[in-house]
Design a protein around this ligand. Structure first.
Ligand SMILES: C[S@@+](CC[C@H](N)C(=O)[O-])C[C@H]1O[C@@H](n2cnc3c(N)ncnc32)[C@H](O)[C@@H]1O
Length: 241
């Protein structure tokens, strides 16, 4: 059985953050798919690929990011059927994803739906640089040192997601998908004494990018593409510069 599927991380936004392996994989693929909200809308991952290599042809797969589980499952199923048609033709199929394909990514949903329809399809991933790493670099924040731990949460359902990890003063906290709850995220950090040193990055590497202290940006909700990085309490504000 020919055909293989690979999820390729393309980084958070700046085309310079696509890895050499990712570009090589995309150039070698017979087909490059990218997720989008609508077939006539260029998704973030596609726009990164276009900038990195304008010669690469990208085909869009429509995914329902919002909506209930059934709506999303139908979208995943349709996308998988298109991918399976290409795999059945023996193609090496690549699917691009923002950041890393193994972290909060659509890729594993697609891979699962493909494997349901086409068991035995070889599936692999190419890692990508993640938004919080770019934020740490841009803000000059040391993410971890010594025996410190890292917690990563999705605040898509609200800032309560921070409560558990904030109980550990030795843990660095990364908050994804919490843009719309940024004022509440900031309040919780303040209440826990963790606002000092906490940094915010929105649309990193993309037009309209904002980077700075959380407290300076938390007077209103941010967009979905927003990340918060909170260093451990024991060294809040530790910076390279
Ligand atoms: C569905 S997750 C995708 C994560 C991605 N797979 C990764 O490894 O970084 C979307 C979340 O990633 C973060 N994110 C991704 N790209 C970003 C960017 N360019 N700027 C800021 N945050 C970003 C945001 O927290 C956003 O809500």
């Amino acid at each position: 059985m020919g055909g293989s599927l690979v999820g390729v991380g393309v980084g958070p936004g700046d085309p310079e953050l696509i890895t050499v392996r990712a570009l090589r994989t995309l150039r070698k693929a017979d087909r490059v798919f990218s997720p989008t909200m609508a077939v006539d809308a260029v998704g973030r991952a596609e726009s990164i690929v276009r900038q990195a290599d304008p010669g690469l042809a990208v085909e869009r797969l429509v995914f329902a990011i919002t909506g209930d589980d059934d709506t999303r499952a139908v979208a995943h199923g349709k996308a998988a059927e298109r991918a399976v048609a290409c795999l059945d033709a023996g193609e090496q199929v690549a699917f691009v994803t923002l950041g890393d394909p193994n972290v909060y990514s659509t890729f594993h949903h697609l891979a699962a739906a493909v494997l349901e329809r086409r068991p035995g399809t070889p599936v692999a991933t190419v890692p990508g640089i993640m938004a919080f790493q770019e934020l740490a670099a841009r803000a000059g924040t040391v993410v971890l040192d010594g025996t410190q731990t890292l917690s990563m949460v999705s605040a898509v359902d609200g800032a309560e997601a921070l409560d558990g990890p904030l109980g550990d003063p030795e843990a660095t906290l990364v908050v994804y998908k919490g843009g719309r709850h940024l004022p509440e995220v900031s309040q919780r950090l303040q209440a826990a004494g963790r606002l000092d040193g906490a940094v915010f990055g929105e649309l990193l590497g993309l037009p309209g990018e904002l980077v700075g202290p959380v407290g300076d940006h938390a007077d209103r909700p941010a967009t979905y593409l927003a990340t918060v990085l909170v260093p451990p309490a024991t060294r809040s504000g530790a910076r390279h510069s």
